[in-house]
Design a protein around this ligand. Sequence first.
Ligand SMILES: CC(C)(COP(=O)(O)OP(=O)(O)OC[C@H]1O[C@@H](n2cnc3c(N)ncnc32)[C@H](O)[C@@H]1OP(=O)(O)O)[C@@H](O)C(=O)NCCC(=O)NCCS
Length: 166
Amino acid sequence: MATEVVTVRPVRSVAELARTFDVVGAQFTPAFTSADARFVDLRRAWPEDRSLLLVAESGTGAGIVGGALGFRARTGDVVLRTIGLDPGVRGRGLGRRLVETLVVAAMTLGAASVGAGGVEQATKGFYERLGFHGRGSTMRLELAPPGRIRDLHVRRLRAALGATVP
Ligand SMILES: CC(C)(COP(=O)(O)OP(=O)(O)OC[C@H]1O[C@@H](n2cnc3c(N)ncnc32)[C@H](O)[C@@H]1OP(=O)(O)O)[C@@H](O)C(=O)NCCC(=O)NCCS
Protein backbone atom coordinates (compact mmCIF):
# COMPACT_ATOMS: atom_id res chain seq x y z
CA MET A 1 0.00 0.00 0.00
CA ALA A 2 1.33 3.49 -0.88
CA THR A 3 2.41 5.63 2.05
CA GLU A 4 -0.28 8.07 3.02
CA VAL A 5 0.69 11.69 2.29
CA VAL A 6 0.12 13.87 5.33
CA THR A 7 0.31 17.66 5.29
CA VAL A 8 1.31 19.71 8.33
CA ARG A 9 -0.12 23.25 8.41
CA PRO A 10 -1.60 25.80 10.82
CA VAL A 11 -5.31 25.35 11.56
CA ARG A 12 -7.57 27.61 9.53
CA SER A 13 -10.29 28.39 12.06
CA VAL A 14 -11.35 27.95 15.67
CA ALA A 15 -13.70 25.18 14.55
CA GLU A 16 -10.76 23.34 12.95
CA LEU A 17 -8.67 23.96 16.08
CA ALA A 18 -11.38 22.27 18.16
CA ARG A 19 -11.60 19.33 15.72
CA THR A 20 -7.81 18.92 15.81
CA PHE A 21 -7.80 19.02 19.62
CA ASP A 22 -10.48 16.32 19.64
CA VAL A 23 -8.46 14.05 17.30
CA VAL A 24 -5.32 14.59 19.41
CA GLY A 25 -7.28 14.03 22.63
CA ALA A 26 -8.61 10.73 21.27
CA GLN A 27 -5.02 9.38 21.25
CA PHE A 28 -4.82 9.52 25.06
CA THR A 29 -6.23 7.34 27.80
CA PRO A 30 -8.49 8.68 29.14
CA ALA A 31 -9.40 10.61 26.01
CA PHE A 32 -10.19 14.32 26.23
CA THR A 33 -12.06 16.77 24.01
CA SER A 34 -12.21 20.52 23.42
CA ALA A 35 -14.61 20.71 26.38
CA ASP A 36 -11.48 20.14 28.54
CA ALA A 37 -9.94 23.09 30.43
CA ARG A 38 -6.67 22.45 28.55
CA PHE A 39 -8.36 23.81 25.43
CA VAL A 40 -8.86 27.29 26.92
CA ASP A 41 -5.28 28.60 26.41
CA LEU A 42 -5.27 27.29 22.85
CA ARG A 43 -8.58 28.93 22.02
CA ARG A 44 -7.19 32.15 23.46
CA ALA A 45 -4.05 31.83 21.32
CA TRP A 46 -6.10 32.04 18.14
CA PRO A 47 -5.33 33.81 15.84
CA GLU A 48 -2.07 35.44 17.10
CA ASP A 49 -0.29 32.12 17.70
CA ARG A 50 -1.76 30.39 14.65
CA SER A 51 1.71 29.25 13.54
CA LEU A 52 1.89 27.16 16.76
CA LEU A 53 -1.50 25.53 16.20
CA LEU A 54 -0.65 22.73 13.78
CA VAL A 55 -2.90 20.17 12.19
CA ALA A 56 -1.77 17.02 10.38
CA GLU A 57 -4.13 16.31 7.52
CA SER A 58 -4.25 13.23 5.36
CA GLY A 59 -4.29 13.68 1.60
CA THR A 60 -6.25 10.46 1.14
CA GLY A 61 -9.51 11.78 2.51
CA ALA A 62 -9.03 10.53 6.07
CA GLY A 63 -9.11 14.20 7.17
CA ILE A 64 -7.41 15.26 10.38
CA VAL A 65 -5.02 12.56 11.63
CA GLY A 66 -3.40 14.52 14.47
CA GLY A 67 -1.68 17.72 15.41
CA ALA A 68 0.64 19.61 17.72
CA LEU A 69 -0.97 22.50 19.53
CA GLY A 70 1.02 25.21 21.30
CA PHE A 71 0.74 28.77 22.49
CA ARG A 72 2.89 31.56 23.91
CA ALA A 73 2.82 31.78 27.69
CA ARG A 74 2.99 35.17 29.44
CA THR A 75 6.76 34.65 29.81
CA GLY A 76 7.02 34.51 26.02
CA ASP A 77 8.06 30.85 26.14
CA VAL A 78 6.09 28.43 24.01
CA VAL A 79 4.02 25.72 25.64
CA LEU A 80 3.40 22.61 23.56
CA ARG A 81 0.07 21.79 25.12
CA THR A 82 -0.53 18.53 23.35
CA ILE A 83 0.60 16.38 20.43
CA GLY A 84 -0.92 13.22 19.08
CA LEU A 85 -1.28 11.18 15.92
CA ASP A 86 -3.65 8.52 14.77
CA PRO A 87 -1.90 5.12 15.21
CA GLY A 88 -2.02 4.55 11.42
CA VAL A 89 0.39 7.43 10.75
CA ARG A 90 2.80 6.99 13.67
CA GLY A 91 6.39 5.81 13.45
CA ARG A 92 7.40 7.49 10.20
CA GLY A 93 8.64 10.89 11.26
CA LEU A 94 5.39 12.83 11.41
CA GLY A 95 5.68 13.54 15.15
CA ARG A 96 9.17 14.90 14.52
CA ARG A 97 7.86 17.01 11.61
CA LEU A 98 5.12 18.48 13.81
CA VAL A 99 7.50 19.39 16.64
CA GLU A 100 10.18 20.78 14.31
CA THR A 101 7.58 22.90 12.51
CA LEU A 102 6.44 24.21 15.88
CA VAL A 103 10.06 24.89 16.90
CA VAL A 104 10.64 26.96 13.75
CA ALA A 105 7.47 28.93 14.54
CA ALA A 106 8.59 29.40 18.17
CA MET A 107 11.98 30.73 17.07
CA THR A 108 10.35 33.01 14.52
CA LEU A 109 8.12 34.38 17.30
CA GLY A 110 11.22 35.05 19.44
CA ALA A 111 10.58 32.42 22.14
CA ALA A 112 13.44 31.29 24.41
CA SER A 113 12.19 27.74 24.88
CA VAL A 114 9.51 25.18 24.09
CA GLY A 115 8.12 23.25 27.06
CA ALA A 116 5.83 20.26 27.32
CA GLY A 117 4.11 19.19 30.52
CA GLY A 118 2.40 15.98 31.56
CA VAL A 119 4.82 13.85 29.54
CA GLU A 120 4.48 10.18 30.36
CA GLN A 121 7.50 7.95 30.89
CA ALA A 122 6.70 6.02 27.70
CA THR A 123 6.88 9.19 25.58
CA LYS A 124 9.93 10.86 27.13
CA GLY A 125 12.19 9.14 24.60
CA PHE A 126 10.33 10.84 21.77
CA TYR A 127 11.07 14.28 23.23
CA GLU A 128 14.65 13.31 24.00
CA ARG A 129 15.20 12.32 20.36
CA LEU A 130 14.12 15.86 19.47
CA GLY A 131 16.60 17.47 21.86
CA PHE A 132 14.33 18.10 24.84
CA HIS A 133 15.59 17.61 28.40
CA GLY A 134 13.79 17.41 31.67
CA ARG A 135 12.95 15.71 34.89
CA GLY A 136 9.66 14.14 35.82
CA SER A 137 6.86 14.91 33.42
CA THR A 138 8.14 18.28 32.17
CA MET A 139 10.37 18.41 29.10
CA ARG A 140 12.00 21.53 27.70
CA LEU A 141 13.91 22.52 24.59
CA GLU A 142 16.07 25.60 25.05
CA LEU A 143 16.24 27.64 21.84
CA ALA A 144 19.31 29.52 20.68
CA PRO A 145 19.03 33.24 21.48
CA PRO A 146 18.14 35.56 18.59
CA GLY A 147 21.12 36.02 16.31
CA ARG A 148 23.24 34.10 13.85
CA ILE A 149 23.00 30.67 15.54
CA ARG A 150 19.22 30.87 15.76
CA ASP A 151 18.97 31.99 12.13
CA LEU A 152 21.13 29.02 11.15
CA HIS A 153 18.89 26.61 13.10
CA VAL A 154 15.80 28.02 11.44
CA ARG A 155 17.36 27.72 7.98
CA ARG A 156 18.49 24.13 8.63
CA LEU A 157 15.11 23.06 9.96
CA ARG A 158 13.26 24.78 7.13
CA ALA A 159 15.50 23.04 4.60
CA ALA A 160 14.91 19.65 6.28
CA LEU A 161 11.17 20.23 6.47
CA GLY A 162 10.91 21.41 2.86
CA ALA A 163 7.65 22.94 1.80
CA THR A 164 5.81 21.85 4.93
CA VAL A 165 6.82 24.87 7.02
CA PRO A 166 4.16 27.56 6.78
C1 LIG B 1 4.29 10.63 20.53
C2 LIG B 1 3.87 10.60 19.06
C3 LIG B 1 3.27 11.95 18.68
C4 LIG B 1 5.16 10.36 18.21
O1 LIG B 1 4.82 10.48 16.83
P1 LIG B 1 5.55 9.60 15.71
O2 LIG B 1 5.16 10.14 14.39
O3 LIG B 1 5.28 8.17 15.96
O4 LIG B 1 7.09 9.90 16.01
P2 LIG B 1 8.26 9.95 14.92
O5 LIG B 1 8.12 8.81 13.99
O6 LIG B 1 8.33 11.31 14.31
O7 LIG B 1 9.53 9.75 15.85
C5 LIG B 1 10.54 10.74 16.03
C6 LIG B 1 11.69 10.11 16.77
O8 LIG B 1 11.28 9.77 18.12
C7 LIG B 1 11.45 8.37 18.34
N1 LIG B 1 10.29 7.94 19.13
C8 LIG B 1 8.98 8.02 18.78
N2 LIG B 1 8.20 7.60 19.79
C9 LIG B 1 9.04 7.25 20.79
C10 LIG B 1 8.84 6.73 22.10
N3 LIG B 1 7.62 6.52 22.58
N4 LIG B 1 9.93 6.47 22.85
C11 LIG B 1 11.20 6.69 22.38
N5 LIG B 1 11.45 7.22 21.15
C12 LIG B 1 10.38 7.46 20.37
C13 LIG B 1 11.50 7.73 16.96
O9 LIG B 1 12.24 6.53 16.98
C14 LIG B 1 12.17 8.82 16.13
O10 LIG B 1 13.55 8.80 16.32
P3 LIG B 1 14.52 9.30 15.11
O11 LIG B 1 13.84 10.43 14.38
O12 LIG B 1 15.75 9.77 15.79
O13 LIG B 1 14.69 8.10 14.23
C15 LIG B 1 2.86 9.45 18.76
O14 LIG B 1 3.44 8.22 19.16
C16 LIG B 1 1.53 9.61 19.47
O15 LIG B 1 0.63 10.27 18.96
N6 LIG B 1 1.36 8.98 20.66
C17 LIG B 1 0.09 9.06 21.39
C18 LIG B 1 -0.13 10.40 22.03
C19 LIG B 1 1.00 10.80 22.95
O16 LIG B 1 1.49 10.01 23.74
N7 LIG B 1 1.40 12.08 22.84
C20 LIG B 1 2.51 12.66 23.62
C21 LIG B 1 2.03 13.05 24.94
S1 LIG B 1 3.23 13.86 25.92
